[in-house]
Write a protein that binds this ligand. Sequence first.
Ligand code: SF4
Length: 248
Amino acid sequence: MNPPRRSVVVMEGPHEGDRPAPKEAAGARAGAFRTRPARAAYVDRRLAELYPEPAVPLRHADAYTLLVAVVLSAQCTDRRVNEVTPRLWAVAATPEAMSRRPAAEVEAIIRPCGLARQKAQAIVESSRLLVERHGGQVPRTYAELEALPGVGHKTASVVMAQAFGEPAFPVDTHIHRLARRWGLSGGRSVEQTERDLKRLFPRDHWNQLHLRIIFYGREHCTARGCDGTVCEICRTLFPRRRPAERRR
Ligand code: SF4
């Protein structure tokens, strides 16, 4: 029988201008990034340099419109959501107004975002509950937010962070993948990754940092199956990392 073939997984070459600064490279050679806290401190500092003022990507006017936009963003791009929401706000931009719209009308407007039926029902029903239970206001606790249809922990965290300025660390697929690639978490679930990241980074950095990681992930970490040797931060933190080999 022939021995199993081994293949080197390399998806793409380094990004332009992604060389680590000489001081960082020297630090990495000296083992400066051996520990999670050291890697976290570098990531925190470097991302703040790259994205000094990260803007909230979903356009919104208040906590309610942000909540709806985040619900719409599930399995959809922020750009698509931003194209759709002005048409939705023209019809209803408050819980009172939205709760009176037929779900079918909302569904027709938000169809480009995908999962339109489920999202429309969640938006209309959540709006009704906001009126009934919270006087038409978006509540400020996780328990109350997560009791709304279509609102999970990540959505609640985004609202807490971006609408109310409460420290939160919403973990999406970009953050989950990068936390593992950067050796900040070995978490197999987003819940574990969130716990690890909250332990590593100062609480007052969470809200901007989670946006910065998302922006970095969108810009650099789009290669499916990247071997972790391609871009600046991975190469700075792990200069000796070699392309993974895997058996076919
Ligand atoms: S962050 Fe790491 S895993 Fe992601 S693209 Fe860069 S090198 Fe690859």
